[in-house]
Design a protein around this ligand. Structure first.
Ligand SMILES: *[C@@H]1O[C@H](CO)[C@@H](O)[C@H](O)[C@H]1NC(C)=O
Ligand SMILES: *[C@@H]1O[C@H](CO)[C@@H](O)[C@H](O)[C@H]1NC(C)=O
Length: 108
């Protein structure tokens, strides 16, 4: 992990969920986003109510809502790997990409 990468993830988590591991948000397409990284149920996790879902991380979306973010990180890394970056996250694109992210890792 380089510093820049950590700062990007912290910035992403701040603006996607305000660091709230229990965050759930519904999308217009019927899918929902879960947890600190707002992982989407259309492609990445199973919530039993998303039309045409594919569960890429092979996990129940409810696992992303607890305090243990090990599985969230694992899935988020897979998403970033597939996309070759953090572009799947709208909040990262709008609030973090190309910005000075030093404040997010102050004291690290
Ligand atoms: C997913 O987790 C929820 C909450 O723990 C549970 O109610 C549900 O049955 C689970 N679904 C599957 C398919 O395991
Ligand atoms: C967090 O979850 C992982 C599996 O996703 C597990 O291996 C680990 O022991 C858990 N950690 C804690 C502190 O419960």
């Amino acid at each position: 992990f380089v510093r820049r990468t950590v700062a990007d993830w912290v910035c992403l988590a701040k603006h996607e969920s305000s660091y709230n591991t229990g965050a759930i948000n519904r999308n217009k397409d019927g899918s929902s986003d879960y947890g600190i990284f707002q992982i989407n149920s259309k492609y990445w996790c199973y919530d039993g109510r998303t039309p045409g879902a594919s569960n890429g991380c092979r996990i129940n979306c409810s696992k992303f809502l607890d305090d243990n973010i090990t599985d969230d990180i694992k899935c988020a890394k897979l998403i970033a790997q597939r996309a070759r970056g953090l572009t799947p996250w709208v909040a990262w694109r709008n609030r973090c990409r190309g910005k000075d992210l030093r404040p997010y890792v102050k004291g690290c």
